[in-house]
Design a protein around this ligand. Sequence first.
Ligand SMILES: Nc1nc2c(ncn2[C@@H]2O[C@H](COP(=O)(O)OP(=O)(O)OP(=O)(O)O)[C@@H](O)[C@H]2O)c(=O)[nH]1
Ligand SMILES: [Mg+2]
Length: 221
Amino acid sequence: MVLLRHISVALTAAMVTLGSAIFIALNYFYPRRTWSPHAQYATIKEEKEDPRKRQVLVLGLDGAGKSSVLQGLTPGGAKRGRCRPTRGFNFISLSAPACQLDFLEIGGGEDLRPYWLEYLIRTHVLVYVVDSSDRGRLPLAKLELHRLLRVQPQLPVVVLGNKQDKPDAVSVSELHEALSLGSVVEDRKLFLLAAQLGSDSALRNSCRGLDTFQDLLLQLV
Ligand SMILES: Nc1nc2c(ncn2[C@@H]2O[C@H](COP(=O)(O)OP(=O)(O)OP(=O)(O)O)[C@@H](O)[C@H]2O)c(=O)[nH]1
Ligand SMILES: [Mg+2]
């Protein structure tokens, strides 16, 4: 019995010694890595924002003509065909002497509208495009516009009353009324411009109009 106990003690001691040896060996060959949030963070360098860049956010219901605006502003864009619905984002960048204008369109489909608000924070000017001939959806266009206006009370806004070439389009003054632009606080910079961009000839003819539009944006950013 005493002999058995001695054997068991000896075995336990041997196991402990072997375990310690394995532990020391593992630590020697595979040193443990300690994770430090600080060290991880330090590797992510903050990208400095280019002070020359100005973001113009282009929003509006689906089919209003946002991509057509971007296409019209792109040099040679008028020659391209009709735009397809934007499923996510659309982006163009224009260089002006004093700054770079980054136009960001987010598609106007119902599934994409909830994301609009997230992009207002980095924006310098909001361009809100409305299909003047889509009379049935003017109340929805108004609702969405005012939802945006509430979030950024100081953001300059240019409303483009597009598709003025269509026979059933509402006039600019009717649009002002339909979108309740009179209720917008006076200290906000707000402009309402008529536009027609869709058909090839309309796009070509409107290029001069878009120059004026671009000049206005340069004053607002
Ligand atoms: N007649 C006419 N058609 C236009 C005008 N502007 C755009 N369109 C047409 O309207 C359709 C929709 O235009 P888009 O520029 O794709 O509209 P969008 O606002 O970008 O739409 P989403 O990307 O779906 O949110 C296209 O077939 C255009 O050619 C316009 O001033 N007049
Ligand atoms: Mg589009």
